[in-house]
Design a protein around this ligand. Structure first.
Ligand code: BG6
Length: 488
């Protein structure tokens, strides 16, 4: 109990992504997406990117939780919890199967017409992501992913098609999911490979140098930002009431010690990702990035016209995911620098606990990051569109699931979000927890890393009845929403 309560029009709800839930990966004209060629992994074994879909491999996104066929029943459960908003994405490949098709696929458009009608019927506000780790695979094999400028036009055409089609059904849009993930070039190479793949469809062999990867990341990120800015402008012409948001994962990075070099390491590590929100929100590159481009030549293709587009296509709100925090220190004998990933070392923060997947549990970090964002972008509306606790759940003999660990995580985080809003004055407009129904994990491809209030009876191999069961957190969250966050 914080004694605090969110305003009446606050958007309480949950969020998923098409590729992690829908399944039906090849029906009604849908094309292959970059998520369709990702095999299953687990906490210690990374997912593999295969060359196309290979018979006999386990591709968990091919079935997801069969949401394509069950969304009516599933949305009814969200409505029962009192959801005011629900975030999902449009699978780009249902609309343009290859990405460069001349005409959109009517069956795919109709599918989302029906889904958004259902949300509106239930009084649930749709929050729709245009690009959530599921771009057409064909755009990778034919064009090399987002390192190619032509991707801008393909994305804008797809976006224009759906913005027009759903102009009276959806108000809140998000352009690219967690656009800043790909900046973490200094991570172990398997993580690097995964994040640039999911964000931008970039692939490398072991000969690729860090400098090459960095140049590509800045180029791909730039094209994605230009594409987003064009979509913002178009969207406002299509419907002036549209609210178009940027989406970033925010993970505060703490210095391992108060040594000035560690402070600098933390600052540089944050700058490595923060420029994406600067460009989305302020419409211009921050000076540390301009300086980096001058020094290194990483910026290969940023035109004056691009700069104008960025300036005129700034977003209406910022949406964020928040799960965990990190700690860094300056590498021995080195001055932390943006263009030298080896100068900043990640260290384990032993002062706070972590999940079974090693993700730190840091509720105060959420209040800290909301304040930090409000300092950077004063009064900008912020929506939390992902936050949650991935954990193993056990179904007891009577079918109940006692997920007190999840309730503890969520309740502590919501309490900090309330303090940020009511005590600190952050303009927070919504809280959508991640995976209100269990879905396939994006990072590992597992079903057993569960976030939901609703349990889905499927295992990591896709076996199971698919039956939905309410966990203890179901009633808990229902009560949180009913009391506007007063009863945590
Ligand atoms: C975010 C993504 O990175 O985190 C989601 O936007 C993802 O797609 C979520 O599912 C949680 O990560 P994971 O790996 O536990 O599924």
């Amino acid at each position: 109990m914080t004694g605090l309560k969110m305003p009446k029009d606050f958007l309480w709800g949950g969020a998923i992504a098409a590729h992690q839930a829908e399944g039906a990966w090849d029906v009604d004209g849908k094309g292959v997406s970059i998520a369709d060629v990702l095999t299953a992994g687990n906490a210690t074994t990374p997912r593999t990117i295969t060359d196309g879909v290979i018979a006999g491999e386990n591709y968990p996104n091919h079935h997801g939780i069969y949401f394509h066929d069950t969304y009516k029943e599933d949305l009814a459960l969200m409505a029962e919890m009192g959801f005011k908003a629900f975030r999902t994405s449009i699978a780009w490949t249902r609309i343009f199967p290859n990405g460069d098709d001349v005409e959109p696929n009517e069956a795919g458009l109709q599918f989302y017409d029906d889904m958004f009608d259902e949300m509106n019927r239930l009084g649930i506000e749709p929050v729709i992501t245009l690009n959530h780790f599921e771009m057409p695979y064909h755009l990778v094999t034919e064009y090399g992913g987002w390192r190619n400028r032509r991707l801008i036009d393909f994305f804008v055409k797809y976006s224009e098609t759906v913005l027009k089609r759903y102009r009276n059904k959806v108000k809140y849009w998000i352009t690219h999911n967690e656009i800043s993930n790909q900046a973490n070039i200094s991570e172990a190479s398997t993580v690097q490979d995964f994040l640039v793949w999911t964000n931008s469809g970039l692939r490398y062999d072991e000969t690729a140098t860090i400098a090459e990867r960095m140049a590509d990341m800045y180029q791909a990120g730039h094209y994605e930002l230009v594409a987003s800015a064009k979509v913002v402008q178009l969207a406002h012409q299509i419907n002036p009431d549209f609210q178009i948001g940027a989406m970033l994962n925010v993970s505060p990075i703490y210095p391992a010690t108060p040594l000035p070099t560690d402070m600098l390491a933390a600052q540089k590590a944050e700058q490595l990702r923060k420029w994406f929100s600067d460009v989305h929100i302020r419409g211009a590159y921050p000076s540390e990035l301009e300086a980096l481009f001058e020094r290194t030549g990483y910026r290969s293709d940023i035109t004056d016209e691009d700069r104008q587009i960025l300036k005129e296509g700034t977003v209406d709100y910022l949406s964020i995911s928040y799960y965990a925090t990190f700690a860094v220190k300056a590498a021995d004998g080195k001055t932390p620098a943006l263009d030298d990933p080896s100068s900043i070392e990640s260290v384990k923060n032993t002062l706070i606990p972590a999940s079974d997947w090693g993700w730190t549990i840091d509720p105060e970090g959420l209040r800290y990051t909301l304040n930090q964002l409000n300092n950077l972008y004063p009064n900008l509306p912020i929506m939390i569109v992902e936050n949650g606790f991935g954990a193993y759940d056990t179904v007891t003999a009577d079918g109940s699931i006692h997920d007190d660990y999840r309730i503890a995580y969520l309740s502590a985080h919501i309490a900090e979000a309330e303090k940020a809003t009511i005590i600190d004055g952050v303009n927070l407009i919504g809280y959508l927890s991640w995976g209100p129904i269990d879905i396939v994990s994006a990072g590992t491809g597992e079903m057993s890393k569960r976030y939901g209030y609703i349990y889905v009876d499927l295992d990591d191999e896709g076996h199971g009845s698919g039956k939905r069961l309410k966990k203890d957190s179901f009633n808990w969250y229902q009560n949180v929403i009913k009391t506007q966050g007063e009863n945590l």
